[in-house]
Design a protein around this ligand. Structure first.
Ligand code: SAH
Ligand code: SF4
Ligand code: F3S
Length: 434
């Protein structure tokens, strides 16, 4: 029997990276094999993002580029597939299949039919019961993702995600534990639990913190991380757990988006700057060394210099390890896109530059203070830079470390001393290992 081969590419957030593992497992179960070479594939799948205009522009460019592999069925999945649906057939003439995030179970059979000559197909029905179980996993990295909630109903006024990812649903707690065991059996030592708002997890009586207790008790996953948390859902329980159990990594990604109460309210974020700062203080009281990262938007409609100064002020007060920073991008159908007072492109650009400079200089200070300390790292990859071989790992605080040796393997846990800093990566030296 000839196996059909599929080539997959994923853009956007970690949810798509996880969905890519789901799709691979569904396809392999259906008799497909995965190839790393698009020219060798019978089908090409691109998993896309819609969060900003340039994410969509890039995805369409890439799809048109991949159209040159004429022998392969071209399919688009993910958030842009859900948002644009049929319109994508005009934007990418070679496209055969459009499939939104709730329809991946149908994708293998749809691809088989397309290979057999069936017409173009569009699958964008939403289904709020879909959570996707892992059955046959394809990955082997020690550091993996598992999505435990899908969807979002927060409707931040700038954001397209609720329109493309549908309503919130949580994977049943027993199913989370089983999926974690499957990942552990394939070599996972560190898991990042995923959701648009992971702390909104609720399955029967089991909320997010209860789920973490169950994971700690019922699995032997060595390190547990989670992404993303909305300030509105955060509670003391999570920081208490971080303080008492070393397997819950002392890092939290807590997007604040803007430091101005006026803008936060127009964004429909549901908290004020002082409430945000209170969460930071509470967290530091319970776990003083906790590392914070965040997302920030500049140039939301109506944002003036004083609002922007308040954003800089939060950055200076909290001292984030790092931050993802974005220029506001209007998304059709969202409330903010209808607002007046859009900020000119050059103002967004200069605010973004100023913000990034502040973030980088604080980041450098934080990292410089870490030099000389001893950290435990979980090795996750081998890297080659020029002629030199390194092993790469992360500290519990999610800081990158390179070791100038290839005497070790991904999945190993080493104690290292942080010797120096190169481009925001530590160079470490092993003090014990294996
Ligand atoms: N669920 C996550 C965020 C998902 S989107 C949360 O609420 O934190 C990731 C980030 O993209 C957001 O945190 C926001 O900073 C940014 N983003 C979302 N929509 C955007 C838009 N229209 N323009 C610019 N940045 C946007
Ligand atoms: Fe978007 Fe807000 Fe939902 Fe995050 S919480 S995905 S920013 S609507
Ligand atoms: Fe993008 Fe969809 Fe994630 S819009 S950020 S890939 S949920």
């Amino acid at each position: 029997m000839i196996l059909n081969k599929v080539y997959l590419e994923s853009f956007g957030c970690q949810m798509n990276a996880f969905d890519s593992e789901v799709l691979e497992s569904l396809l392999e179960e259906d008799g497909f094999s995965i190839t790393q070479d698009p020219s060798d594939a019978n089908a090409i799948i691109v998993i896309t993002c819609s969060v900003r205009e340039n994410a969509e522009r890039r995805a369409i460019g890439r799809l048109n580029d991949l159209s040159r592999h004429k022998g392969a069925i071209l399919a688009v999945c993910g958030c842009m597939a859900q948002r644009l649906g049929e319109k994508l057939f005009d934007l990418v003439p070679a496209l055969e299949i459009v499939a939104g995030p709730d329809s991946y179970s149908m994708l293998p059979s749809t691809i088989s039919k397309a290979i057999a000559g069936e017409d173009r197909k569009i699958l964008v029905e939403t289904d709020s019961s879909v959570t996707y179980r892992l059955r046959k996993v394809t990955g082997s990295s020690p550091s993996r993702y598992l999505s435990i909630t899908r969807g979002c109903e927060n409707y931040c006024s700038y954001c397209i995600v609720p329109f493309v990812r549908g309503s919130v649903r949580s994977k049943e707690a027993g199913a989370v534990i089983e999926d974690l065991r499957i990942l552990a059996a394939s070599g996972a030592k560190e898991i990042t639990l995923l959701g648009q708002n992971v702390m909104a997890y609720q399955s029967g009586d089991c909320g997010f913190v209860e789920l973490l207790y169950r994971i700690l008790e019922e699995t032997d996953i060595y390190r547990i991380r989670f992404l993303t948390t909305h300030p509105r859902d955060v509670n003391e329980g999570i920081f208490k757990l971080m303080a008492e159990n070393g397997r819950i990594c002392p890092h939290i990604h807590l997007p604040f988006q803007s430091g101005s109460d006026r803008i936060l309210s127009a964004m429909n974020r549901g908290y004020t700057r002082s409430e945000y700062l209170d969460i930071i203080s509470m967290a530091r009281e319970l776990r003083p060394d906790i590392a914070f990262t965040t997302d920030i938007i500049v140039g939301f409609p109506g944002e003036n210099d004083a609002d922007f100064e308040e954003t800089l002020d939060i950055v200076e007060k909290v001292r984030f390890d790092s931050a993802f920073t974005f220029k506001y991008s209007p998304r059709e159908g969202t409330r903010a896109a209808e607002l007046d007072n859009h900020v000119p492109a050059e103002v967004k650009k200069s605010r973004l530059e100023a913000l990034n400079n502040t973030i980088q200089s604080i980041r450098k200070e934080i990292m410089t203070e870490c030099i000389g300390s001893i950290e435990e790292i979980l090795l996750d990859a081998r890297v080659k830079k020029g002629e030199n071989h390194f092993l790469k790992g992360r500290t519990p605080h999610f800081r990158n470390v390179l070791l100038g040796t290839d005497n070790g393997n991904p999945g190993d846990i080493f104690s290292v001393v942080l010797k120096e800093l190169r481009n925001f990566t530590f160079i470490g030296e092993e003090i014990t290992g294996r």
